[in-house]
Design a protein. Structure first.
Length: 245
């Protein structure tokens, strides 16, 4: 049992199918329909509940308790963070040392995995988390040192649209993240268009948050060697028409 905006759920569905395990994914009633379809195509049973991801996660947690099922929470399981860290293993093979790593920050597994490896193997690299201005709970929590939820979120970047931080994830990020910045939806749209125009890649809003940050704060990162993952390419036809053209 898990909850997902779509990307994590696809990974879980792939892993469960490979091992012959049944998986139920709870998603918000407003979730991206393409992501829902892809989770189903990978063998997951998808149930819609709640107005956003965190509401769906609460439904999943309660259902798992009643059913006696294993609940997998993105941001809480060390193995998920460890898997994300393999990205940093590859980044450290670059011949020059990185000055900055700009990493999308949702539940924290991606940033935690990349950040822990870089701190151990490239300590001079500054690790920067990137949140959406319309979903600042993780940024606020890291700055305050305590979990701070928000009453709602308002962003097109569903992959980093977190309203209720995972305390375990915040603990894992302590001492790993050097800074957290916020980027607007418009900045992410412009980053999506840039990546599509220059590289022919269709990336969803959360996936280009790092590029949006680099373009939003040029003085902060000017002259440095930057790295950022481009993760998630789940755009509906309507979204492609709306954001890329």
């Amino acid at each position: 049992m898990t909850a997902s905006a779509g990307n994590f759920g696809q990974g879980m569905a792939y892993a469960a199918r490979k091992r012959g395990l049944p998986l139920i994914v709870f998603a918000a009633e407003t979730a991206n329909r393409l992501k829902l379809d892809r989770m189903r195509e990978l063998g997951a049973e998808v149930r819609l509940a709640g107005i956003d991801f965190d509401a769906a996660k609460q439904h999943a947690r309660e259902f798992a308790e009643k059913a006696g099922a294993l609940f997998i929470e993105d941001g809480r399981e060390p193995a998920i963070t460890e898997g994300a860290g393999t990205i940093a293993v590859e980044l450290c093979r670059w011949p020059a040392a990185l000055d900055f790593a700009l990493v999308p920050l949702g539940n924290g597994a991606l940033l935690g995995g990349i950040g822990h490896w870089l701190k151990a193997h490239s300590p001079k690299t500054r690790v920067v988390g990137v949140c959406a201005t319309g979903a600042p709970s993780m940024a606020n929590s890291l700055r305050l040192g305590v979990a701070e939820s928000t009453p709602s979120i308002a962003t097109i970047a569903d992959g980093i649209g977190v309203r209720v931080p995972v305390p375990k994830a915040l603990a894992d990020l302590a001492g790993v993240v050097d800074d957290v910045v916020l980027v607007t939806d418009q900045a992410m749209i412009e980053a999506m268009q840039l990546v599509f125009r220059l590289h022919g890649l269709v990336i969803e809003p959360a996936g280009v948050a790092g590029i949006a940050a680099a373009r939003t704060f040029p003085d902060r990162f000017r002259g440095g060697l930057l790295a950022t993952p481009l993760c998630g390419g789940n755009l509906t036809g309507e979204q492609i028409q709306q954001w890329l053209y």
